[in-house]
Design a protein around this ligand. Structure first.
Ligand code: RTP
Ligand code: MG
Length: 169
């Protein structure tokens, strides 16, 4: 009976395991020039997320407008475009269960003044425009944003050996 209950419990837990998602994450110019790329990647790796794609690029004006198109009418839009195109940014795709919510929590509040210590903005930023990092806020936006910068062939799908041992059977 115990064994049957345990097996049933395992199946239920396995049934609840979240589907993998992809998040688009961009390290803003100040993170690149301050040498924070490795530190921020390490946080996501330690969390257990999987890096699916990455590259260092200088955004064109057109790419910046596409990325932040939802903010085109906001008073801060021009500042944001000028800043994000001012020097290279580091682009990444991270993969994992609930990765959108997880990365947003790790990034912290938009204004670093309100970002909790321990979050990336809480630890590495003081101003709202140069707030260290961008992360997608929904599955739909992640798909739209990553397709601006990455072709499907540039996104790698694989399972890390360390991840395998945590997968529910
Ligand atoms: P992000 O898209 O960059 O991950 O940031 P977020 O979701 O936390 O915030 P969002 O409202 O989407 O704003 C996008 C970026 O615009 C700048 N911003 N400035 N001056 C302001 O009041 C203001 N509000 C937003 C920030 O750089 C923010 O990351
Ligand atoms: Mg946003």
């Amino acid at each position: 009976m115990d064994r049957l209950l345990r097996e049933e419990g395992t199946r239920k837990v396995a049934g609840l395991q979240a589907e993998k998602q992809q998040a688009f994450v961009l390290l803003k110019p100040e993170s690149v020039v301050r040498g924070l790329i490795g530190e921020i990647i390490t946080r996501f790796e330690r969390k257990g997320l999987t890096l699916a794609a990455a590259k260092l690029v200088r955004l064109t004006d057109d790419q910046a407008h596409q990325l932040y198109s939802i903010h085109s009418t906001k008073p801060f839009f021009q500042d944001l475009i000028s800043h994000i195109t001012s020097s290279p940014v580091f682009l990444m795709v991270w993969e994992g269960p609930n990765v959108i919510a997880i990365t947003r929590n790790m990034v912290g509040a938009t204004n670093p003044m309100n970002a909790a210590p321990g979050s990336i903005r809480g630890d590495f930023a003081v101003n709202v425009t140069p707030n260290a990092i961008h992360a997608s806020d929904s599955i739909e936006n992640a798909k739209r944003e990553l397709s601006i910068f990455f072709t499907p062939a540039e996104i790698c799908s694989y399972v890390k050996p360390t991840e395998q041992q945590f997968l529910l059977k």
